[in-house]
Design a protein around this ligand. Structure first.
Ligand SMILES: [Fe+2]
Length: 216
């Protein structure tokens, strides 16, 4: 949303353009688009990953809308801030913030997910369950730069480790999952054992997407 005001400078008689960009509108638009997508796509996961990935790419190519409190790193561990949860919990949007050197454990999601890097650089290590031993083994790794999109799900590959690839600053990515991800029962794989976990969220309040009084 862009509010544009023209006014005449009485001293110079020049027209002056004042543009105030309502940056949070980018997230509001994304939430509206994702809501429409999950409504129309139903259980068509490939469609959600394809179309949702394009929407997320558009969102993370603009690093001007995420309120500072939802991009704040923690010196102890990476943070997951809830930005929006669909009222029927069909999807949720979170910001992930890694300080230098921080990384996730080996974990799964159990639902579809999209990862879009917006700031910094992240490294993703992919894992798959070794059918003979029943433990995850590393199958590859790749870097994700701003604008890059990763996809996860039990059907396309669901186990990974993600870390900040930069040693001198935080990295931030925006994730979308096919559930209220902070309340999903998932798994961490460590030392040959499978541990259940529920991630929760680092925040207790979410951004206000709906103050459109300026435009009104
Ligand atoms: Fe993950």
């Amino acid at each position: 949303m862009v509010a544009v005001n023209f006014f005449a400078d009485s001293q110079t008689t020049h027209l002056v353009l004042v543009s105030t960009v309502n940056h949070i509108a980018r997230l509001r638009t994304f939430v509206q688009q994702m809501t429409g997508l999950v409504q129309s796509a139903g259980s068509d996961e490939p469609l959600i990953l394809r179309e949702g990935g394009a929407l997320l790419h558009e969102l993370v190519t603009h690093d001007d809308w995420l309120p500072e409190q939802f991009s704040a790193p923690d010196p102890q561990r990476y943070r997951q801030y809830l930005l929006h949860c669909d009222p029927y919990e069909r999807f949720s949007v979170v910001s992930f913030v890694w300080g230098p050197g921080q990384k996730t454990p080996v974990h799964d999601h159990t639902v579809w997910g999209l990862v879009g890097v917006m700031r910094g650089r992240e490294r993703c290590e992919e894992f798959a369950i070794d059918p003979a031993r029943g433990v995850p083994v590393k199958t590859g790794e790749h870097l994700i730069d701003p604008g890059g999109i990763d996809k996860v799900s039990p059907t396309v590959g669901d186990i990974h480790v993600v870390c900040n690839a930069l040693a001198d600053r935080a990295s931030v990515s925006i994730h979308v999952y096919g559930a209220n991800i902070g309340a999903v029962r998932r798994h961490i794989f460590a030392d040959g054992a499978v541990q259940p976990f529920v991630s929760g969220y680092a925040n207790s309040v979410t951004p206000n997407l709906w103050d459109r009084s300026g435009a009104a």
